[in-house]
Design a binder for this molecule. Structure first.
Ligand SMILES: NC(=O)c1ccc[n+]([C@@H]2O[C@H](COP(=O)([O-])OP(=O)(O)OC[C@H]3O[C@@H](n4cnc5c(N)ncnc54)[C@H](O)[C@@H]3O)[C@@H](O)[C@H]2O)c1
Length: 383
């Protein structure tokens, strides 16, 4: 059987991670990429050993042999690119956020449904084996009702006023920065694990670094502080957020988000307190999970397929003690996205897929909007 042909649009930080994840499947070929112009496209295609390079993504979409595309460009481009890809009949994996606002994301949900194409948003943290284990245990009822959900997502890569990225410009990144960029991952993950949607929020957002030095040259994500010529720019989006929330089943929670916490690189951390058990997990140490009890000794569960439920073990590919991490998430995700296409039975409209679909992406856009509204009004806001 011939391999599926796919393509990636945008190859800065996360685009090449998608390419690596896709290649590890073995049954999907990355046959093309698109970049912002012909020169960058050619350079990237040569560096990544991809046959076709396009300086305009619409030319890539015109290739009928390409069945799916991954949208890995800055946020403001997602809506137009996803829309064009669906119009061209491609299955679509979009980076988060799905769009800049819920009007656009809602349109994309409706369009993907109407076209009957597979659609996904890269909420990759769902695909850790121990995240799956917590989810399985809660779904099976052993811990009892979920009562408290709390934690944080902290980074330090925008700590200094010399740190710059397109995410700092609302027209390119959106009206929310820290919440949309990383808070949305936290909310998606905790919604996924607990099976409970966030239905009400109360938020306080702060801009800790009010003015930054914007380099006059080009800067890619996570490439460090600028050193050359710059212009001083006032910052309009949040560096940090503190959010309280209520979930559908009555559980309550809170989380802190920050892109200015020294020493915290990508620390997505949560605690879920249920009636009989608690779960604590940290993305920077993903191969162990603390499980707390009242009536017996607490446990530290290591990621070892032989110790996990069969559902969670399916996400672990190496024996315990052989660390797995961030790149494995994309492999796990893409295998679940492409396997139905490879079998000739794409996931149909209305079926709940084993990944975040556009509806889940649209819901996270709405959570972010509710957080922005709550911050403005200093009041609880319902979703
Ligand atoms: N899910 C995750 O864990 C995760 C992690 C990082 C980034 N992201 C998301 O991925 C997206 C990209 O982020 P990044 O950090 O890789 O940014 P980046 O700036 O490193 O890369 C963006 C790339 O898009 C290219 N691009 C810009 N305009 C284009 C156009 N018109 N056509 C084709 N390519 C174009 C740029 O040249 C660049 O190579 C964002 O939406 C971000 O939120 C998600």
């Amino acid at each position: 059987m011939a391999n599926i042909k796919t393509a990636v649009i945008g190859t800065g930080f996360i685009g090449p991670a998608h390419i690596e994840g896709i290649r590890r499947l073995g049954y999907v070929d990355v046959v093309a990429l698109a970049e912002e112009n012909d020169q960058v496209a050619r350079q990237k295609a040569d560096a990544l050993c991809i046959p076709q390079a396009f300086g305009n993504y619409r030319d890539l979409l015109a290739d009928k042999s390409i069945q799916a595309v991954h949208i890995c460009t800055p946020n403001f481009l997602h809506y137009e690119m996803v829309k064009a890809a669906l119009e061209a009949g491609k299955h679509v994996v979009s980076e988060k956020p799905l769009a800049m606002n819920s009007k656009e994301s809602g349109e994309l949900v409706a369009m993907a449904r109407e076209k009957g194409l597979q659609n996904a948003v890269n909420f990759n943290y769902r695909f850790y084996p121990l995240v799956q284990e917590a989810r399985q245990k809660i779904a099976a009822g052993e811990p009892g009702k979920v009562r408290l959900v709390h934690g944080s997502y902290l980074q330090d890569w925008l700590l200094f006023d010399t740190d710059w990225n397109w995410r700092l410009e609302p027209g390119v990144g959106g009206d929310s920065r820290a919440v949309a960029d990383i808070g949305s991952h936290w909310c998606d993950l905790l919604t996924y694990i607990t099976g409970q949607k966030i239905v009400e929020v109360y938020a306080k957002l702060d801009t800790i670094v009010p003015s930054r030095k914007k380099p006059k040259g080009r800067v890619e994500t996570f490439t460090g502080s600028g050193t050359g010529d710059f212009e001083q720019v006032a910052i309009k989006t949040e560096d940090t957020a503190s959010v309280m929330f209520k979930m559908f089943n009555g559980a309550v929670g809170n989380f802190m988000v920050s892109q200015v916490s020294p020493g915290r690189k990508n620390r997505l951390y949560f605690e879920i307190d249920c009636e009989r058990m608690s779960f604590v997990w940290d993305q920077e140490n993903p191969d162990s999970m603390w499980i707390g009890y009242r009536d017996k000794a607490n446990q530290v569960l290591m990621r070892d397929g032989s110790l996990l439920s069969p559902q969670a073990a399916a996400f672990a590919h190496y024996p315990g003690g052989h660390p797995e991490g961030y790149p494995d998430l994309l492999k796990n995700f893409f295998d679940r996205f492409y396997a139905p296409i490879a079998k000739g039975t794409p996931i149909k409209t209305g079926e709940l897929p084993p990944y975040a679909d556009f509806a889940a992406g649209d819901y996270e856009v709405r959570v972010v909007e509710a957080i922005l509204t709550s911050n403005k009004k200093q009041a609880w806001v319902s979703l």
